[in-house]
Design a protein around this ligand. Structure first.
Ligand code: ADP
Ligand code: ZN
Ligand code: ZN
Length: 747
């Protein structure tokens, strides 16, 4: 008798282990990673085989009903999924789903009504790669299907909007083959094979293989080579300034891995997953590269994923979730810009790709390479303790010095009677760019919501005495609040530091900046790049192409222009307001700001001409600003370490953020109070509970949000007590609760 260990696809924390099922002798093709149909709690459900055994300690096992597909993952996947479920307090099936095919999990659905209802399988999006496309012919547009030809009608309706892959049609409509055949015989629909969508949204870019490596590159590659040999899951941190040639190091390391039959996974932040970035990998490795990101359609994503599974692509370049692609013989994981907050998933399972990657490396022996020009505090601390290996790449490839940075004190500008959002220094430099017919990048630091008060004369921003974060300004009721501990304050009439009456709400949108820019340097073309102008498929690429095509001009944008842009002709980078992120109500505000500035500054002077950076701020002596100005990270990190250690923030302590949200504010507040009481009982001595308080983003789309912050010692297991304390069903049915373990965003 054969027994399969099956994790049923039912998302509840109670099901934290597999169940045993009998493998009937007639059933073939069951392996670890297979998708199966089983009976569970008197109904058919989808399950995933995570192990096989000869016998089971349980009597009278139910049989597996059918094999639905697969295998989709290796035996490492369930181990890592268990780790994720435990650490991030999520259902095991939810964690395992990360490893299963994208584009919809197979589901068992009830078809029909009453007594006659039967269970059927639906496997939306899951199917073999199909290159066939269907489209209406010219004659087809006039075609009227017969009254009873419902499937034909459905197909014609679907195609009226444009060509579709047959696989996508089938995923929506069910079995379409006979209808398609009939329609094609009638000359209504044409079916053609197209080149696979692999090249979707990817512009090839030349990526010359540089024969002579820099000293930094040589060191980095030697360290990686050694780690690949030992196969002990080592972590190597490339701490290299922008332009130091980290990408070339990744490319070489991947080359070594694939020549020896292994495969590699490269994660880049979603926002910098631009055609430019992907193009460099494509240019070097061609069709061996699969690309996974959220802008692909479900069908495209499935295609890419399936190429990997079938071993046709040995390299995956993608966002966070590409970490779970079914690569065979994974030997190298690269995480570029490892400090980026987008590596943490914002919805369940709230995993951090860096931590999961380390776990995968530990279990497979693969090497994990973390690259950044401004490594996170966590990564620095792991290097200092000797757990991870740090390789420095302090020199730019071109030997071009990093661009000089000028910090402009906006309070001084204001005092001097200059009230424009453009300082005199920035205006002068922009005019220089216009005269010399060069290009500039203007960066508007913006996080949309968080408003704070700022004294335009001295730069003062009110802060919470206990939490060392900026108080958030609420227009309604005109009050200030700390969104960590909940403390409320009234708005002072004048600046508490300098008594100026110019205490104002801070922030401006790109449109206003564009209008004002027009006044200072009219005639210089401006390409605006923000969430509004880049909406839709390819919007991002379009804006960049537009900027690239200009002989001279300005790229004006928000956070999304900070990363990955490599335009040698950019000679000026201006940061209009460095302070916004500095005052986010989050203990990482300083770190974020430094990283952002370091990255933005790296956009200047990548080519032959000398670059220049201008940072406008009301807080010129903040360590994050001073560090960016001097291109010396230690100025910031030395001080930040002390602050974090004193307050017990990561990496000198662990955090969990308990979030509650719902439609009714009173109910959410009550539920938060309840949760707080339970946590007070469950958390050991020495832990700290902050709150409950409204979250900094206290109201999103009509939903009220509250939170409780749990601070624990560094070596504590926060997941077990929190999971247990919050597991009982809440007494407030209208309120949802989630625990964010190791949060990177406290908003
Ligand atoms: P980073 O990823 O560290 O910002 P890049 O990998 O983008 O740096 O490298 C910056 C530029 O230098 C790229 O245009 C790249 O092609 C080039 N480059 C990289 N390595 C070398 C090398 N060894 N010799 C010459 N040019 C190089
Ligand atoms: Zn003041
Ligand atoms: Zn506080």
């Amino acid at each position: 008798m054969a027994v399969a260990h099956v994790i049923v696809d039912v998302a509840t924390r109670q099901l934290d282990s597999h169940f045993d099922y009998d493998v009937p002798s007639g059933l073939s093709g069951i392996e670890v990673g297979s998708c199966v149909l089983v009976d569970f709690a008197n109904r058919p459900v989808v399950g995933w085989v995570v192990g096989l055994a000869e016998t089971s300690p349980h009597a009278r096992l139910k049989p597996i009903r059918a094999v639905l597909g697969g295998p989709y993952f290796s035996s490492v996947a369930p181990e890592v999924a268990s780790w994720i479920a435990q650490r991030y307090i999520c259902p095991l099936s939810e964690a395992l789903r990360l490893f299963t095919p994208p584009g919809g999990t197979p589901r068992a659905v009830r078809v029909g009504e009453g007594e006659e209802a039967v269970w059927e399988m639906r496997r939306a999006g899951v199917g073999p790669v199909d290159d066939r496309w269907a489209q209406l012919t010219a004659a087809g547009r006039e075609f009227v299907p017969g009254a009873r030809a419902t499937m034909q009608r459905a197909v014609v309706d679907a195609l009226a909007a444009g060509p579709l892959r047959v696989a996508e049609l089938a995923a929506d409509l069910g079995s379409v083959d006979s209808a398609l055949k009939r329609l094609s015989d009638l000359g209504v629909v044409s079916i053609e094979r197209r080149r696979r969508m692999r090249d979707a949204h990817v512009r090839e870019r030349s990526a010359p293989r540089h024969e002579r490596l820099t000293e930094g590159q040589t060191h980095a590659l030697a360290a990686i080579h050694h780690a690949l040999d030992t196969r002990e899951g080592d972590v190597i941190v490339l701490d290299g300034v922008t332009g130091s040639g980290k990408t070339e190091v990744y490319l070489r390391a991947i080359e070594e891995v694939v020549t020896h039959g292994g495969s590699a996974c490269v994660l880049v932040p979603e926002i910098s997953l631009t055609p430019q970035t992907v193009g460099r990998f494509r240019a070097r490795f061609g069709d061996d590269v699969a690309v996974l990101h959220s802008r692909l359609s479900a069908g495209e994503r499935f295609d890419q994923w399936d190429l990997v599974r079938r071993g046709e692509a040995h390299i995956v370049v993608g966002a966070r979730s590409a970490l779970f692609a079914p690569l065979h013989d994974l030997r190298l994981i690269v995480i570029d810009e490892e400090h980026e907050s987008s590596y943490k998933q914002g919805s369940a399972p709230r995993y951090h790709a860096r931590d999961v990657a380390e776990e995968i490396a530990r279990r497979t022996g693969a090497v994990l390479v973390l690259g950044s020009a401004s490594p996170s505090m966590e990564t620095r601390s792991n290097c200092e303790s000797g757990r991870w290996t740090r390789v420095e790449m302090p020199q730019r490839v071109t030997d071009r010095p990093l661009p000089p940075v000028t910090v402009v004190d906006m309070a001084a500008e204001f005092a001097g009677g200059h009230r424009s959002m453009f300082s005199r220094a920035l205006v002068a430099s922009l005019q220089g760019v216009a005269e010399r017919q060069e290009k500039a990048v203007l960066f508007l630091n913006r996080r949309g919501f968080a408003s704070f008060l700022l004294c335009r004369e001295c730069g003062f921003v009110p802060e919470c005495d206990h939490c060392a974060v900026s108080l958030t300004y609420h227009e309604v009721g005109s009050r200030l609040q700390c969104h960590h501990c909940g403390a409320k304050h009234s708005v002072p009439a004048v600046c508490p530091r300098c008594s100026s009456p110019y205490l104002r709400q801070f922030g401006a949108g790109t449109q206003r900046v564009e209008a004002e820019l027009e006044q200072v340097v009219g005639g210089l073309p401006v390409v605006r790049m923000d969430a509004d102008t880049t909406r839709g498929k390819g919007g991002h690429a379009r804006a960049l192409a537009q900027f690239e095509a200009l002989p001279s001009g300005v790229l004006l944008g928000t956070q999304m222009i900070a990363k990955g842009l490599d335009y040698p002709e950019v000679t000026l980078v201006g940061v209009i307001n460095a302070d916004t992120t500095l005052h986010l109500p989050d203990y990482r505000a300083g770190e974020r700001t430094f990283q952002l500035l370091e990255q933005v500054a790296g956009r200047a002077g990548r080519g032959e001409r000398q670059g220049q950076v201008i940072i406008q701020t009301y807080w010129p002596d903040h360590p994050a600003i001073r560090a960016a100005a001097a291109h010396d990270a230690s100025i910031f990190y030395d001080q930040e370490k002390t602050t974090r250690a004193e307050l017990g923030y990561p990496p000198y302590g662990r955090l969990a953020n308990v979030l509650l949200w719902g439609q009714n504010q009173g109910e959410v507040a009550a539920a938060a109070g309840d949760a707080f009481d339970r946590l007070s009982v469950a958390c050991p001595d020495g832990w700290q509970l902050l709150g409950p308080s409204p979250a900094p983003l206290s109201r999103v789309k009509g939903v009220w949000r509250w939170h409780i912050l749990v601070k624990a010692p560094n070596d504590a297991d926060v997941s077990t007590p929190l999971g247990a304390a919050l597991a009982p069903a809440p007494r407030h049915p209208g309120v949802a609760l989630a625990v964010d373990v190791d949060p990177v965003d406290l908003l």
